[in-house]
Ligand binder design. Structure first.
Ligand code: NIG
Ligand code: FE
Length: 405
């Protein structure tokens, strides 16, 4: 007899397990949960003998894994909607960055704010993610760019994980931009980021992965390699903002370090895609930044499929290029702009996003042994999650088997 704290019944479940059935769907299903984990999942007719504490009748709704936003810059200070106005007048993102705006303007604002202020503004954006079914969110540093401010950002991210009802994975993004005080001696900044800031943040338990921005307006392959060598020494996995605005060999670099993911990859070539496939690097597609920068070259989705590269989808929620705090918006944009099928897109915010964070053993699909992070939706078919832009579809969320308020 299976013992369970909770039985979810009268529902359809998109388990999102890999296999021949679209969405890994089980119609008229039931789920048994014990101590925050899934202990049984299957057709209601096959329910084994069980001893339960309580039952939730889900009224025929659909259940998916709790959604995972595997690439965000949720914590930052200030506001850059003025740059949006400039870009609409024809000024480019690179022009703004070179003129001292862009990421660096968010750095000035982030440095000036306290942990409490950063926490409060991040919670507003988190609200949008939670209301669209998110139970796990990755949060990067990268708007501090000095010792105190980078650690401050990561502490805020950890606090979100403790207090805000979501699982948080942090990434140290020290090589995001050259901070203004190091404009004339960027090598000194890279040294600091690699030899001082990362080790200190790691020693404080603030770092789950190491990220960097590899682009002519940001950091070179050589500079990023120095950081990744250090990450390797510390036993930390890496991921990379790669080939977003130009082909700079970012995908191949990510592959060389067996990165968890290479993100953006609009300009990645077939050689880069092959390298990713061989090294098992997940492609994280970020359709919000693509939309907001009015990009015209989409990521090489056909090549990713052809070479069997796993594709995740994320919001990239950030102050400059992706003011997107909705997971269902990211799903829709991935389908419309990148031509992902709804099944691919939904896998991209569940199973594949978990891979991109290295937490597939715990979350990402609805399977026995995984955490009971679940989203319950008022929809008739899973594809509706990719269809509606802005209509609230969420009915309830369970995190660690407990219904979230
Ligand atoms: O993921 N590409 C670099 N980083 C962000 C943009 C950051 C910003 O402009 O503030 C991104 O799109
Ligand atoms: Fe990003």
């Amino acid at each position: 007899m299976i013992e369970a704290d909770l039985l979810l019944t009268n529902c359809h479940v998109a388990t999102m397990t890999e296999g021949s059935v679209p969405y890994g769907a089980i119609e008229d299903a039931a789920v048994l949960i014990q101590n925050g984990r899934i202990v049984w999942i299957g057709a209601r007719a096959d329910l084994p003998v069980y001893k339960i504490v309580k039952t939730h009748d889900l009224g025929g709704r659909w259940v998916t894994p709790g959604l995972i936003d595997c690439h965000t810059h949720l914590v930052f200070g200030g506001d850059r909607s003025g740059e949006f106005e400039q870009r609409l007048e024809g000024v480019t993102y690179e022009d703004i960055a070179r003129a001292g705006g862009g990421i660096v303007s968010s750095v000035r604002a982030t440095r000036a704010e306290s942990e409490d202020q950063l926490y409060a503004s991040a919670l507003k954006r988190l609200r949008g993610l939670k209301d669209t079914g998110v139970t796990t969110v990755e949060i990067k540093s990268g708007y501090g760019l000095d010792y105190d401010s980078e650690l401050k950002m990561l502490r805020v991210a950890r606090r979100i994980g403790r207090e805000a009802g979501v699982r948080v994975r942090t990434s140290y993004l020290g090589l995001h931009a050259v901070p203004p005080e190091h404009k004339a001696d960027r090598a000194t900044y890279v040294d600091k980021a690699v030899d001082e800031i990362l080790p200190a943040a790691h020693a404080e338990g603030l770092v789950d992965a190491v990220d960097a921005y590899c682009e002519p307006i940001a950091f070179s392959v050589e500079e990023v390699s120095r950081l990744f060598d250090k990450a390797e020494q510390l036993g930390l996995p890496v991921k990379l903002h790669a080939d977003q605005l130009s082909d700079g060999g970012g995908a191949a670099l990510a592959a060389r370090y067996h990165a968890l993911s290479a993100d953006h990859i609009e300009h990645t070539t077939e050689a880069g895609v092959k390298a990713m496939a061989e090294a098992g690097v997940v492609a994280v597609l970020l359709p919000g930044a693509y939309l907001m920068l009015r990009e015209t070259q989409a990521p090489p989705v056909a090549l990713l499929r052809q070479h069997g590269v796993h594709m995740a989808v994320a919001t990239d929620c950030n102050p400059g290029t992706s003011p997107v705090a909705s997971m269902t918006a990211a799903l829709n944009l991935a389908c419309v702009q990148f031509r992902l099928t709804p099944a691919e897109a939904l896998a991209g915010v569940t199973r594949e996003a978990a891979k991109a964070l290295g937490i597939s053993d715990e979350v990402g699909t609805i399977e026995v042994g995984k955490m009971a992070d679940l989203a319950v939706w008022d929809i008739k078919r899973p594809a509706e999650l990719c269809y509606w832009l802005g209509t609230p579809l969420l009915h309830a969320v369970y995190k660690d088997g407990v219904q979230r308020a």
